[in-house]
Design a protein. Structure first.
Length: 401
């Protein structure tokens, strides 16, 4: 048995393992080893939307927040360095409400497609530090999603998205901004009980006119872990900065900023998690996907904030019950839009039961109430009227191998 770190989402960066899988490991004659692991998850979900225009209900057989994963690793040691490569394929099972994804126009997300989320190499240095280079989950905000209980479930599906393709949202846009999988070069070191990671990333253009990105985006993360008897604690902070210009010479620029922090405390059978974030010119939900700047004055970045609180209680050695609440807001800019009114405030409540049936098989049942007190912003939602709500019920299997 080996520890599977959220299906190797952060294996090379030391993310706490939360699942187990048998996997397959082969030792090569040249001293290198090859391993294969992953998961398949299938959920039935039922959504019922309530708006002033009426109610719409949908059933779907689909993938949850965590896609199915097939991960391949090769590891070896040369010149005193621990070397490795990693490939992570992350498809979904549903066709976005269509009979077959081959017949869906390219402008529509089909869902059942190969999602190449991870391609990276790692260099483990003699002092215990590490360099990761390639495509992997970003640093800013990653602890928020990795400690979200709905990562092993469904969570929010998105208002009106009962038959959508792709994964569900969990708390993406309902408590944190998605860190995204992105090209990067990241250095990590572990002094004592802490870990420090700093990386340069492929910068993102701001939809509109800010498409000149002459320097990489910078993201960083600090985590600290402490154990005392049966209790354990984890604290994290993260940050992001990038700049984008509208002209190669002269012109104006917009700086995107983000900060996040959280704490997770395991108190015997009870685990409490609280996190929050602040952002400027980041957009919301999927980050750098729209709503970053003002409409009247595009040089002014829109502010965003949010967070979530979560309780998990172990009712038996194999069963946990969790409850969480979170929100994500997006504001106008004072100069660009004449006010700082909240233009989008999405919230969600989730209750879940997570049962480890066998060492590899997990059963999950969840219920979520999601809604908005302003039009839902971002590409994941068609704007909904103020006060729109949706009930999501889901049940399914997750099999790790």
């Amino acid at each position: 048995m080996k520890r599977l770190t959220l299906l190797l989402l952060g294996l090379a960066l030391g993310v706490t393992a939360t699942a187990r899988a048998q996997g397959l490991t082969m030792q090569m004659s040249n001293g290198w080893s090859f391993s294969f692991a992953g998961n398949v998850n299938v959920f039935w979900s039922f959504t019922k939307e309530n708006t002033t225009a009426g109610s719409a209900a949908n059933s779907s057989i689909r993938t949850g927040l965590l896609p199915t994963f097939a991960t391949f690793d090769a590891k070896g040691k040369e010149a005193g360095m621990n070397l490795g490569i990693h490939f992570g394929f992350a498809p979904q099972i549903q066709n976005g409400g269509n009979s077959h994804d081959a017949f869906v126009p390219t402008s529509v997300q089909a869902g059942a497609q190969i999602d190449m989320r991870q391609v990276y190499l790692t260099l483990g240095l003699k002092d215990g530090s590490q360099i990761l280079a390639g495509r992997e989950l970003g640093l800013f905000g990653r602890q928020n999603i990795l400690n979200d209980m709905t990562l092993f479930g469904v969570g929010a599906i998105s208002l009106g998205g009962g038959q959508g393709g792709g994964t569900t949202l969990g708390r993406i846009g309902f408590g944190y901004i998605y860190p995204n999988f992105n090209a990067q070069v990241t250095y990590s070191t572990k002094p004592g009980r802490s870990q420090v990671s700093l990386g340069i990333f492929q910068p993102s253009v701001l939809p509109g006119s800010f498409e000149i990105t002459s320097i990489p985006r910078v993201e960083g993360e600090f985590t600290y872990n402490q154990r005392s008897g049966q209790n354990n604690y984890m604290f994290w902070v993260g940050a992001l900065w990038q700049t984008a210009k509208d002209l190669p010479t002269g012109g104006t620029s917009v700086s995107s900023l983000g900060g996040t922090a959280g704490i997770k405390a395991g108190l015997s059978d009870l685990t409490v998690t609280v996190s929050a974030y602040l952002g400027k010119a980041l957009g919301t939900a999927l980050m750098f996907s729209g709503d970053e700047v003002g409409t009247t004055d595009p040089t002014k970045g829109k502010k965003s904030d949010g967070g979530y609180a979560q309780l998990m209680y172990k009712v038996s050695p194999k069963t946990n019950v969790g409850v969480s609440w979170g929100f994500s807001r997006l504001k106008n800019t004072t100069a660009g839009d004449g006010n700082e009114n909240v233009v989008s405030n999405n919230y969600a409540y989730t209750v879940g039961i997570y049962h480890q049936w066998t060492k590899s098989l997990k059963l999950v049942v969840e219920g979520t109430e999601e809604g908005t007190t302003g039009n839902s912003a971002g590409p994941i939602n068609t704007p909904r009227p103020d006060g729109a709500r949706q009930t999501d019920v889901a049940a399914g299997f997750m099999l790790f191998f």
